[in-house]
Design a protein around this ligand. Structure first.
Ligand code: SF4
Ligand code: SF4
Ligand code: FES
Length: 723
């Protein structure tokens, strides 16, 4: 790559050299000078010049110019309000104009104390007001969704929120209505703002017009602490600030990591922290007492009980992981069970495939790819939401996005991801994949995204990446936040003994506790030890229940889907000792030394399985396109982002839950006389569910798609009829 052409500009008398085309706001920063802005936000696309806060004097131009709309040109001489009286007067007038109708309710406003308008008015604005008349008022707050309130009179019409909705998330739900002085921000047709990334507009709003209903009036900026940590709810691992007040997490904000999340969060990560205070939270260890249910016990008594249970059943121990454990927790359990108790039996949430490490790249590299190939049945936005935003950005930057799944740009039958990769890797692919194959060949950089469960842990996509060579990067999207690192920490796992009695079962976390396979193991186990945050079916089957912790209550390490280890920091403390302390102490009783603190954990890991070279001999099902044989329609289900124990316990998030819908192809709907939005019955295996029909013109004929929660009891092929 050739070095960029440099140009010389002079700002407030300081000469600076920057690459040609650099925005003037950034060029000024390079010279150590701040140009104040409201509407300017490079992540939202091209500058719109809406607020005029950045007015500057430019030599050779008769009027003041909006610096945010200009790029550096050689010889440009610019004077900001710091050295130009004309610019200072202009900026002062802009602020006076912005404040014309803006209420001066800073003491009440949630943004007060951390508000760009307040700060810039203090630094650059008029010292007093000439407005001695009533200001505009509106009903307030207007709930644009259960998560976001709009105080319309505070809006300064910078269009950051609408640009985010239109250009970044591309949900098109926030719009500006009316014109000129009557312009207002509203949702499309006044429907609730229901989208995966809606909460980002709260952070983008430079005034207190958009506020979070879960944080509103809960804290003032001088009462809070912001703890830097990472989100533990999906494998992206967005960098976050956990704002705490009086020992409670009050809100989650982005801590912009430009390579991971680009400063965006999904609504699950932003709003689900309310689960920490759920009423059904288990707050103390409890032990089952014969014929009397459970009794609370101390941490020490719980250790005695666990030691007794494991000693009596030594040698026959199974661990069921959730995939939300930190590396240190998983390592502690591995040391206890493998080294202390001599068992390798485990239910791991994800496979670990070291072959993928060769193709690691930051998520931001998706933006720079020429071609992005997305294979797998699960919608990317439901598995790893921020990856969806990176793919949208890549498309806007000119990348070709090829999606190969039942409703993709190349529609293929469910479960075809492996065969698609194999066909593309082998060369001479079937007709429907030829255009994609040509694109992959022509491209200089390729991002491969795998979005499906894969027992091989990504071997197929790694084989395709092998064929593509250095130009390929791979993004394998696991189902769980830290499951691949947990699998790596555990090493090769034995399957739990089939059908025979199990000595002891250790269930780690709420996801494992609600897994039907774990429930089946619990019924066969003589001793069940469960760590879980909330009451669930499995707590009743357990002999010892330990209070589990959230990712916001733990120190430790999470490894995200890029393979990037990131530090979890404890934002608030759990009521008792956490799982790591418990299993470290328990390991000590079996003669195994494990530190109770993540920073001091030994580095040894269980040996990894031998690395397999891809030789193209992976067994794959044949790629198929079009209608499947057999009666009925093939059911495809996926897990929606807004599901799981944390979401279940946050009332404000319930409107985001997946709708009770069945997606059906236009051809299948026509054949059955089904119209969009009408109720239909979906049946299989004696189970019938009534759902709303959603016509998907891209979906392959012969396939229906339903979110997991609404597909309960349905499997295989289903009959769909008008209700
Ligand atoms: S609501 Fe906030 S972000 Fe949206 S236009 Fe108004 S001031 Fe800007
Ligand atoms: S995308 Fe994933 S890691 Fe990021 S905020 Fe959402 S759930 Fe958390
Ligand atoms: S920041 Fe330049 S016009 Fe708004």
């Amino acid at each position: 790559m050739s070095a960029p052409e440099l140009v010389n500009v002079t700002i407030d008398g300081r000469d600076v050299q920057v690459p040609k085309g650099t925005g003037m706001v950034e060029a000024a920063l390079a010279a150590g000078i701040e140009i104040p802005v409201f509407c300017y936000e490079p992540r939202l696309g091209a500058a719109v010049g809406a607020c005029r806060m950045c007015l500057c004097e430019v030599e050779g131009m008769p009027k003041l110019q909006a610096a945010c709309t200009m790029t550096a040109q050689d010889g440009m001489v610019l004077r900001t309000a710091q050295t130009s009286d004309q610019a200072a007067e202009g900026q002062n007038a802009v602020l006076e104009f912005i404040l014309l109708n803006h209420p001066l309710d800073c003491p009440d406003c949630d943004k007060g104390g951390e508000c760009p308008l307040q700060d810039l008015t203090f630094r650059w604005g008029p010292g007093n007001t000439r407005m001695h008349f009533p200001k505009r008022t509106f009903d307030k707050p207007i709930p644009i969704s259960p998560l976001i309130g709009l105080d319309r009179e505070r809006c300064i019409l910078c269009y950051r929120c609408t640009r985010f909705s239109e250009l970044v998330a591309e949900d098109g739900q926030l719009v500006a209505v009316n014109r000129g002085a009557q312009s207002l921000i509203a949702t499309f047709e006044d429907e609730p703002y229901r989208a995966h990334f809606s909460g980002n507009v709260i952070e983008l709003c430079p005034v207190g017009a958009l506020t979070s209903t879960t944080y509103r009036f809960r804290a003032r900026p001088w009462e809070i602490q912001n703890v830097p940590t990472v989100c533990g709810l999906c494998p992206v691992g967005c960098n976050i600030w956990a704002t705490t007040r009086e020992g409670k997490v009050a809100r989650i904000l982005s801590r912009n990591h430009p390579e991971v999340d680009d400063g965006w969060l999904c609504d699950k990560g932003r709003f689900a922290s309310g689960h920490l205070g759920a009423e059904d939270r288990i707050r103390e260890p409890r032990r089952r007492v014969r014929r009397r249910g459970f009794e609370p016990v101390s941490f020490e008594d719980a250790l005695d009980e666990a030691e007794r249970g494991l000693r009596e059943t030594e040698g026959s121990v199974v661990v069921a992981f959730s995939g939300g454990e930190s590396v240190e927790q998983a390592t502690a359990l591995a040391r206890l069970v493998q080294d202390g108790l001599g068992s390798r039996a485990a239910l791991l949430p994800e496979p670990f495939n070291p072959a993928l490490a060769r193709f690691r790249a930051p998520l931001s590299a998706i933006r720079d790819a020429d071609v992005c190939l997305v294979v797998g049945d699960d919608p990317v936005v439901e598995r790893a939401p921020i990856v969806d935003l990176w793919l949208r950005l890549a498309r806007r930057e000119g990348a070709e996005i090829v999606t190969v799944h039942p409703s993709g740009t190349v529609p293929v039958a469910p479960g075809s991801a492996a065969s698609v990769c194999a066909a593309l890797a082998a060369g001479g692919p079937p007709k429907e994949l030829r255009t994609a194959a040509r694109s992959l060949k022509r491209a200089e950089t390729v991002a491969l995204v795998w979005s499906q469960d894969d027992p091989s842990g990504g071997a197929h996509i790694a084989a395709l990446a092998d064929k593509l060579g250095e130009k390929a990067s791979v993004y394998y999207l696991p189902r769980t936040p830290n499951g691949t690192a947990v699998a790596e920490a555990w090493g090769p796992a034995d399957a739990p003994a089939a059908a025979e009695e199990i000595g002891a079962l250790i269930v780690s976390g709420d996801e494992a506790a609600s897994d039907p396979r774990v429930r089946e193991l619990a019924e066969r186990a003589r001793f069940v030890l469960t760590t879980t945050m909330f009451e669930n079916d499995l707590t009743l089957w357990s002999h010892l229940v330990l209070p589990g912790t959230s990712y916001l209550e733990r120190d430790g390490t999470f490894v995200n889907l890029e393979g990037r280890p990131q530090r979890l920091r404890r934002a608030v403390g759990p009521a008792v000792e956490d799982e790591l302390a418990f299993f470290a102490d328990l390991a000590g009783r079996f003669g195994i030394g494990v530190d109770r603190w993540p920073s001091e954990l030994p580095q040894e890991r269980a040996p990894l399985p031998p690395r397999e070279e891809n030789d193209g001999s992976i067994k794959v099902p044949p790629a198929s396109r079009g209608r499947q044989n057999g009666r009925g329609l093939q059911l495809l289900h996926y897990r929606g982002l807004f599901s799981g124990p944390a979401v279940d316990r946050v009332p404000e998030l319930q409107f985001q839950r997946p709708l009770a819908e069945v997606e059906i192809s236009a051809a299948d709907a026509r054949e059955r006389g089904i119209s969009a939005g009408e109720p239909v019955t979906v049946s299989s295996n004696g189970t019938t569910r009534t759902l709303t029909a959603r016509l998907n013109r891209r979906l392959l004929a012969g396939v229906v798609r339903i979110e997991e929660e609404h597909a309960e009891g349905l499997a295989g092929r289903v009959e769909v009829r008008r209700a």
